[in-house]
Design a protein around this ligand. Sequence first.
Ligand code: GLC
Length: 565
Amino acid sequence: MTLTAQTRTDAAAGPDQAPWWRQAAVYQIYPRSFADSNGDGLGDIPGVTSRADYLAELGVDAVWLSPFYPSELADGGYDVADYRDVDPRLGTLDDFDAMVAALHGRGIRVVVDIVPNHTSDQHAWFQEALAAGRGSAARERYIFREGSGPGGSEPPADWESVFGGPAWERVADGQWYFHNFATEQPDLNWDHPEVRADFVRTLRFWSDRGVDGFRIDVAHMLTKDLTEPLPSRAELDALPFDGKHPLIDRDDVHEIYAEWRRVFNEYDPPRTAVAEAWVDASRIPLYARPESLGQAFNFDLLQADFDAGEFRRVVTDNLVLAAASGSSSTWVLSNHDVVRHATRYGLPALGPDERGRDAVKQGSLWLHSGGLEPQLDREAGLRRARAASMFLLALPGSAYLYQGEELGLHEVAEIPAAERQDPTFYRTAGEEIGRDGCRVPLPWTAEGRSHGFGADGSHLPQPGWFAQYAVDEQERHPDSVLELYRAALRLRAELQTGERLEWVETGRDDVLRFRRPNGWEVVTNFGTEPFALPAGEVVLASGAAVAGVVPGESTVWIRGAHARV
Ligand code: GLC
């Protein structure tokens, strides 16, 4: 038996004093695809309120709402036109307050998404910058430059946007502006004091309305060093990510978060924040420190294959990293940017060079496998997803769940090109399939219009097979994915007594077994050969119950066979 990880605070503070977020189950809502209260095909804020009982029954501690702000939807709402309002198609600020009250009334906390790297091109500041012209103060809030080449007709640099295509766009008077993402998402100039002050105002605005925490979009990209001459794309690509890269994960971004932390700590309880930072694991603690955002996503599990060795390494490494930062770890298998994990696990495994961010994002899996359907084993994918999710929910730290994973939803591949929304799809001429397949509105009922989502149609089309995954259908089956998640989340409260985990050697390289401080044990069999069940009472099983064994590709939770550790 080896002790591999222990967080600092576990020893310092008893579990009862631990802040709520350290071991929370946080459920991500993509509002436009959750529940539609007014039948216009777009999910909305009153739709979330109408499902507050569902969320309470599911047993989550918090919800995180992807952006619901006014937006022209060039990037699913991550192009924000006004940070301190609700998109009129999604409701009003009063609706937002009612939603917070309904969730708080059920003991569910509320986390909202803050998108500080860029605004929408419809934002008042950008419109003002366009109107005010070159050299104006209004342009200083963004990143405007003269072009290169004859008459400035070429972009200032040959950089590529994250979504494909050029990262510089020319405006009518001939200047160019920088956008890391879509053309409609101009990057802000974070050297500008007004930009800094305005985001502080936004954080206070939502905190004052009772919001409990924030998810910070692309937290690693805000600050830039755009000293001229600008490097070429090839030069940029050759630079290390050591805190001095001109565009990514710069050390000076932490001045911003130190200021935000002071704001969060003005509130009681302090507001929380979690960084979305796709950075090297060694630099995650910078974002997760208590004097910074306090927590950061680790996407390692999401990028791992369904493989015992990989899962063990990821868990061990991340518990050590989290402990080093003073934060708790975060675990994620799915979100609105990646292929759903039931589908990932049902596809042929990728080679080591093909794995990682690109494979899970932007649909590269399809390209790898030459199309989804002929390759996909839906049942195996779901079986493994159930096992992996129950493994995740038993880990110390916060579990971030994405709407629909509690239904075992698969990715929707069959979206006609004309109905796709993701800018990635358009900016790569369809070479990247994009992220629409995990953003299709949820099926609440097997029958009825838009499977109970609420409209005659929905903004992304639901496939016929959604019926069998519907909430009402699963409620009729005690062994459904939904009932499994509900049971696990109920039991989790008992499980998360301390932030420790101890591996117990199994003698098999395809079986993981660990013990939590309350003496509970968790066994995940990643292989196909059954594994002998350890002593104790089985309180949860992701697969079929077979006497005396943990069946292949399944997880069991075992209560109290051992004294507290
Ligand atoms: C983040 C979001 C993603 C969005 C991008 C630009 O990665 O999760 O959905 O497209 O930032 O805002």
